[in-house]
Design a protein around this ligand. Structure first.
Ligand SMILES: Nc1ncnc2c1ncn2[C@@H]1O[C@H](COP(=O)(O)OP(=O)(O)OP(=O)(O)O)[C@@H](O)[C@H]1O
Ligand SMILES: [Mg+2]
Length: 498
């Protein structure tokens, strides 16, 4: 029979010491990678130790301890066993503190899992693996899954948040590795973020929302078109309202075409405001989009003719060309044009006796603006409850470079807008959304601007009766001189020439 030898106490102690040392090394390694080590404190300590060494204070210390001979005989041993640990004490103390925090967290997690009944058929709860920062305010706990499905974690989200005193952003599971991760923060997401025009720092930018710690802005220069999706009541129209108001008030040359075929209620605020044209029925929309199409072609032709790559290069060139005294005019002619569509499905799906060929025409223009708009400063902002292929052309969708997704009713619709299931997990908080810009996804609370506030901000820009008369007179002039159409209209800041 084989004899099983029990490890001696000293071997056990050595094992424990080595495993503790390994944990310290791991913490230091992770801390270096994630840049969470308090470098200033640790290096200040290191510097202090070196100063003391320089002053030969260690000799006095060895004398005082009565081991000066040993020190003189083996200075290398002194360096390895005394100098190094003392010099690195700042780092070591930090690492031990991290280990302690994690041990404490592991205990709290086990208790939280037990109380919320997150355990497998054998009664085993998930085991803590690690807890590391993701960014300034978010961390990620990794656990062994113990064959517990992710749905069980999701169902107990509120319970876990209360037990662990954290705010959970998301659960993820890697079935192959048997690992579940919980992304969380100690700072709650704001439930309301009041609109403030001073948060918008420059022309053609808008505030998409705020995160736990900062305001997130987007620019139409870098991301020319925007798609806003989400189920009813999420906050799409409210977001459009604040984007239009910001863009309008920050750029005197910007012009706006607003399309709302949903009974025209959402854009009432913007009716009779200079430089803004609102259409509420298919016929008017067709007419205005036809004009936009012509303008797109004219802009493209001008940019090409001047050998420029886009509108910004064109304006720069015209501004620097001394012989061109019409710089102001060129600027105005090429002012940015924003086309806002609230509920795209109303356009793309037609209905209400709209001819199919007219829907095709509209689709073509929108598709052209989506493709070519970036170069000539024409931007599409489309909001829809259903961002699927029936309600939005895939080619148009592919060109909508920024996406703001409010809560989606299910995984399929979330996949359609974001390419993942995250929009279905957004909590039911009006204004809560996910911003997708490039490959980055950011949780945001969109700014809230009430209709009354928007009306107040836009009040000074309302057209008075004399303006309306001027428009009528201008229209007569345009009929006579079609070539000057866009230039003249823009130079006079009159509405409708969009
Ligand atoms: N950012 C926000 N912060 C706080 N409350 C908001 C915010 N956005 C919207 N809300 C609230 O939610 C309500 C619905 O918003 P909104 O009309 O913009 O939704 P929607 O997505 O356009 O809905 P629908 O698809 O039915 O048109 C608003 O009346 C407002 O009270
Ligand atoms: Mg709406």
């Amino acid at each position: 029979m084989k004899k099983t030898t029990k490890p001696s106490k000293s071997t056990e102690a050595l094992d424990k010491a080595l495993s503790f040392l390994w944990k310290i090394i791991k913490e230091l390694f992770q801390g270096t990678i994630k840049n969470t080590i308090p470098w200033l404190w640790c290096f200040s300590w290191l510097a202090l130790v070196n100063v003391l060494l320089y002053l030969d204070l260690e000799v006095i210390a060895f004398k005082w301890a009565g081991v000066e001979k040993l020190y003189e005989k083996a200075p290398e041993l002194f360096f390895i066993f005394i100098y190094l640990p003392i010099a690195a004490l700042g780092f070591i103390v930090w690492a031990i503190k991290q280990i302690k925090i994690k041990q404490e967290l592991a205990k709290r997690l086990t208790n939280a899992f037990l109380s919320s009944k997150i355990k497998n058929y054998m009664g085993k709860v998930p085991n803590f693996i690690s807890d590391y920062p993701v960014d300034e305010h978010t961390r990620k706990i990794t656990l062994t899954s113990e064959s517990i499905p992710i749905e069980t974690f999701k169902m107990q989200k509120k319970h876990l948040e209360a037990a662990l005193m954290i705010y959970i952003d998301e659960f993820k599971q890697d079935i192959e590795k048997g690992i579940t991760s919980i992304q969380y923060s100690h700072i709650p997401m704001p439930e309301i973020f009041d609109y403030n025009l001073s948060n918008v720092k420059s022309k053609c930018t808008y505030v998409a929302g705020c995160t736990r710690s900062k305001i997130v802005s987007q620019s139409f220069k870098s991301s020319p078109h925007l798609l806003i999706g989400g189920q009813t009541g999420g906050g799409k129209s409210t977001l459009l309202r604040q984007i239009i108001t910001s863009l309008y008030l920050n750029d005197d040359n910007a012009r706006f075409q607003l399309v709302d075929l949903k009974e025209g209620l959402e854009f009432q605020t913007f009716k009779n405001i200079k430089r803004i044209n609102v259409v509420e029925n298919f016929g008017d929309m067709l007419l205005q989009l036809g004009k936009l199409d012509t303008e797109l072609k004219q802009r493209m032709a001008k940019i090409k003719e001047a050998n420029c790559k886009d509108i910004d290069a064109y304006i720069k060139k015209k501004t620097t060309e001394k012989e061109n005294q019409l710089h102001g005019r060129a600027n105005s002619f090429f002012g940015r044009k924003y086309i806002f569509i609230d509920e795209a499905a109303e356009i793309f799906l037609g209905g209400g006796g709209v001819k199919l060929e007219n829907i095709q025409k509209v689709r073509k223009v929108i598709s052209r603006i989506a493709r070519l708009g970036r170069a000539c400063g024409m931007h599409l902002i489309i909001a829809t409850q259903r961002p699927d292929v029936k309600a939005l052309d895939p080619q148009v969708k592919a060109n909508l470079t920024s996406i703001i997704a409010f809560q989606m009713p299910n995984l399929a619709s979330s996949m359609t807008i974001l390419g993942n299931g995250k929009a279905a997990q957004i909590p039911i908080v009006p204004g809560r959304a996910i911003l997708r810009s490039g490959n980055k996804l950011v949780d945001i609370q969109t700014p809230f601007l009430s209709i009354e506030e928007a009306e107040k901000l836009l009040e000074p820009h309302k057209e008075d009766d004399s303006d309306s008369k001027k428009v009528v007179e201008k229209k007569k002039v345009f009929k006579k001189k079609p070539d000057n159409f866009i230039q003249d209209k823009n130079a006079n800041n009159s509405p409708g020439g969009i």
